[in-house]
Ligand binder design. Structure first.
Ligand SMILES: *Cc1c(COP(=O)(O)O)cnc(C)c1O
Length: 479
């Protein structure tokens, strides 16, 4: 079969040899088709999941998450051990956070990063030792800092000069010494989509290298603060180690310079390891990137004649992205004729019962996803398709470019791969859609871990509605 079936298909999109195949590169380890061709997640069919919990539905393969996260922890620890040091691994919880996943992270012995009072509350409620929590954010409120210090978080990442005084005063008032890191903007562009590249000069995060020595001196001079070390986060969905390495070199040069003022136990290299969203992607393994980073750390430390510090990493997406999928029900279908190109073409628009409210990434970043017909297999020819949601925006797209069988029909179930990170956490109630439930599947058992929203949840914050229904609600409560 030709590599390119449709004249409007992007170059990277190959016509699948088998439209029903499940590519291990993007799907959770325990997703496969059963003997009827239906998609199974850890032994539970998508039909059973849809019947029990409804659609759209976020589904996590729990064993896949545990194995993937453990593998990444070991890869980062091995990479550190190779150069004679250790690695602390923080799960960047903004990728996907509920108390259940905090308990998984806890079982794995990982640490956890939070970036707001709400995320801190969730991490604490999940039962993880506060000493294993790191607090981030470029605009932490005094209340948030106060809660973090009172809880005894292991580290707060300082993102601006004014935060040094804020954290010190809060720690002083609580008669505590708070460990802090200083986030540095090394000015390195990570090799990724522009909106995701965070370590550049013209953006809000971190402190320029030139300003760091004065700020570190200020931290060191305060008896309520303890300087843990420098921090960077160079971006997200990074495939090449080059940006990581260049930024890390600059960070180590600064680290070496600061050693004249005292010991610095740690160096936090951040997260951002890329994953495969679609079969055409070739994300390097975390082990490969980690080895390249730690080799550079060792070389740079030896060149500067300094001791290799203890390292910390903060992967989010790499732990959880490929462990989760979304199941949708197909509603309407349109074959849209496109006549303004060099050759006339057709794109099949397949509308599902969710959209940008449960996956904002295509609308935000033009992120690409991969989908398959999940409730059955098909012998039909591949048809260039776009999976779209039900919102009032033409940018409401779930899968921009993929092939689906030409006979995809209303009430078929679709599964979209690699939705485990930044989908639930970026979800919204746009168009008054209720947020989908989240289930974890393991050994043939599906377990609700976050219930779906109901319309009553949406009305719960509507003051006029509540005032109008207050009487009947209390009558109902009294039975
Ligand atoms: C978002 C974030 C991460 C995690 O990024 P991923 O791309 O999910 O690995 C790590 N550190 C910081 C400071 C972040 O903001």
């Amino acid at each position: 079969m030709a590599n390119k079936l449709s004249p409007i298909a992007p170059e990277w999109l190959k016509v699948p040899g088998d439209i029903n195949s499940i590519d291990a590169k993007v799907w959770p380890a325990n997703v496969k088709r059963d003997s009827n061709g239906e998609l199974l997640v850890a032994g539970v069919t998508v039909d059973e999941l849809a019947n029990q919990f409804g659609t759209p539905l976020y589904v996590y393969d729990q064993d896949d998450f545990m194995a993937r996260a453990e593998g990444i922890k070991i890869a980062l620890q091995d990479a550190a051990a190779r150069i004679g040091t250790t690695a602390k691994v923080y799960y960047a919880s903004k990728a996907f956070l509920c108390t259940e996943i905090v308990s998984w992270v806890d079982q794995l012995g990982l640490s956890i990063d939070v970036a707001s009072g709400g995320e801190l509350a969730a991490a604490l409620a999940g039962g993880i030792d506060p000493a294993r929590i790191g607090l981030h954010g470029n605009n932490k409120s005094l209340t948030e800092i106060g809660r973090a210090v009172a809880a005894g978080v292991g580290a707060i990442v300082v993102d601006s000069e004014i935060e040094i005084e804020r954290i010190a005063s809060v720690a002083g008032a609580q008669d505590k010494v708070q460990a802090v890191r200083l986030r540095i903007n090394t000015g390195v562009h990570a090799n990724t989509h522009d909106f995701l590249a965070t370590a550049r000069e013209d953006q809000k995060f971190g402190i320029p290298i030139a300003d760091a020595p004065a700020l570190v001196a200020k931290i060191r001079a305060d008896r309520h603060l303890k300087f843990l070390g420098l921090h960077q986060h160079v971006g997200s969905q990074i495939f090449s180690s080059d940006g990581f390495i260049e930024s890390t070199r600059r960070l180590i040069a600064l680290h070496a310079q600061l050693l004249s003022g005292g010991d610095i136990p740690e160096l936090n290299i951040g997260g951002g390891f890329g994953i495969n969203y679609k079969p055409a992607d070739n994300a390097p393994s975390v082990a490969k990137v980690a080895f390249a980073i730690t080799d550079a750390v060792a070389a740079e430390c030896s060149r500067l004649g300094i001791k290799v510090p203890a390292l910390a990493f903060e992967p989010g997406r790499a732990l959880v992205g490929n462990a989760g999928i979304t199941i949708y029900n197909v509603g309407t279908i349109k074959d849209v004729k496109i006549t303004d190109g060099a050759e006339p073409a057709t794109r099949k628009y397949v509308s599902v019962d969710g959209g940008m409210s449960d996956n904002a990434r295509p609308a935000l970043y033009e992120a690409e996803y991969h989908t398959v017909l999940a409730s059955r297999t098909s012998k039909a020819v591949p048809s260039l398709s776009r999976v779209v949601g039900k919102h009032c925006e033409s940018g409401d797209i779930v899968v921009l470019h993929d092939y689906l069988p030409a006979d995809v029909s209303p009430n078929d179930l679709l599964a979209v791969a690699a939705t485990g990170a930044y989908c639930y956490s970026l979800s919204s109630n746009y168009n008054w859609l209720t947020r989908p439930p989240v289930v974890a599947v393991q050994n043939g058992q599906a377990r609700l871990i976050v219930r779906g929203e109901t319309e009553a949840d949406l009305f719960a914050r509507d003051v006029r509605y509540q005032a109008a229904h207050a009487g009947s609600a209390s009558r109902n409560e009294k039975g």
